[in-house]
Design a binder for this molecule. Structure first.
Ligand SMILES: Cc1cc2nc3c(=O)[nH]c(=O)nc-3n(C[C@H](O)[C@H](O)[C@H](O)COP(=O)(O)O)c2cc1C
Length: 361
């Protein structure tokens, strides 16, 4: 196995990683009242010690009254929470890693099973179920809250930020026709029109953080409520979605898929990250079952995942299909997974089982 290309450094604006491996953002719900404590700082520092190039934090919510749908996800605005994040990033940087917070707003979600509720009703592009439609003032304040969080991250020493635009949360709810029924500037019949909220967030962050701060956005074709539908049904539609975001200031598209080897459109083997790179010329991150035989949806069925070869990943990296590779469950279960790849200690891969979710190893 020639792993050389996976272990080349990556440089882009404020990012300078020692290799191409990224820890995928993974919610752990281990931040009491939104505050990440020393167990969380140690968890991330171990991944940096294990030679992960770039760590993207679990989703951490922006300063809006209903940006979270459960009490123990971290926030990125209270003084106490920011002090906790400062310890996290300091630990990662001192271990030679780089880090970006994933900035998150959940949008309209079902109530948490514990009965916990945010201090205001859930909000989204249109009023659906238990959530209300955002007013112009709500939208303006949300855009500005994303900007403030990014400025804060830059000030604290994070190397980049990622906007969570995937998986059915607020930004993604604007992309979809059935959750965005607005008739104003932020709605419309085309995906390009429904992307204006994401574009305005991007412009705000770019304006507030300057040209040299690397900015990532996570996007997916699927949502947790529907794994099979696609937002962009053709390369042309994908281009109409991504190009305005690239022009607004996104440097890296993080293309969330469940299985990185699956072609996105018929007639080409390129995956979503491959198409995003080809169409926009921007850097991209691929993700999805790297090193594992089952995809992430098996966390809901309780099935285990066993380690598998990364030969196909290496082949695609060598073809320059994407720039970076995000690894989720393999790294959640094992902080030293990247080192094991580097040192060819393949017999030591642990795989993933649901017990790993219950603790911060
Ligand atoms: C426990 C868990 C929590 C997750 N939380 C997030 C999250 O906060 N934000 C996000 O964009 N993706 C989240 N994901 C998706 C992962 O980032 C990743 O895309 C997915 O697990 C596929 O990668 P893998 O097959 O390497 O695990 C989560 C996945 C898991 C397993």
């Amino acid at each position: 196995m020639n792993i050389e290309n996976l272990f080349r450094p990556f440089r882009l604006k404020s990012l300078n990683t020692r290799n191409r491996f990224v820890m995928s953002p993974m919610t752990r719900s281990c931040a009491p009242s939104g505050v990440p404590e020393s167990d969380v700082a140690n968890y991330y520092r171990r991944r940096a010690e294990g030679e992960v190039g770039l760590i993207i934090s679990e989703g951490t919510v922006i300063d809006r009254p209903s940006s979270a749908n459960e009490p123990d996800v971290p926030d990125f605005y209270k003084d106490q929470s920011l002090a906790g994040w400062q310890k996290v990033v300091d630990g990662v940087l001192s271990a030679g890693g780089q880090m970006a917070p994933q900035l998150w707003h959940v949008g309209i979600q079902e109530n948490h099973h514990s009965g916990w509720l945010p201090s205001a009703p859930f909000e989204g592009p249109s009023g659906i179920g238990n959530g209300k439609a955002m007013t112009d003032a709500d939208i303006a304040d949300t855009i500005s809250a994303f900007g403030r969080a990014a400025v804060q991250a830059k000030k604290m020493g994070f190397n980049s930020v990622e906007v969570q635009g995937a998986h059915g949360y607020l930004v993604d709810q604007f992309f979809w026709e059935n959750t965005n029924k607005r008739t104003d500037f932020f709605g419309g019949k085309t995906l390009a029109e429904r992307s204006r909220f994401a574009i305005e967030i991007t412009k705000e962050i770019r304006k507030e953080t300057g040209e040299d701060f690397a900015l990532m956005m996570r996007l997916s074709q699927w949502r947790f409520s529907d794994f099979h539908s696609k937002l962009a049904k053709s390369p042309a539609e994908l281009e109409s979605w991504l190009m305005p975001l690239a022009d607004a200031g996104i440097d890296i598209f993080h293309c969330s898929t469940r299985r990185f080897w699956e072609p996105e459109f018929v007639g080409s083997e390129l995956n979503l990250a491959g198409w995003a790179k080809k169409l926009t010329g921007k850097a991209t991150i691929t993700v999805g079952s790297v090193g594992l035989d089952n995809d992430v949806t098996t966390i809901f069925t309780g099935e285990n995942s066993s380690p598998v070869s990364i030969e196909e990943l290496i082949r695609r990296m060598d073809n320059n299909e994407f720039d970076l590779v995000a690894v989720g469950r393999s790294l959640l279960a094992d902080p030293y997974w990247v080192q094991k790849v580097k040192e060819n200690r393949l017999a030591e891969f642990r795989g993933f089982n649901k017990e790993a979710l219950g603790r911060l190893v």
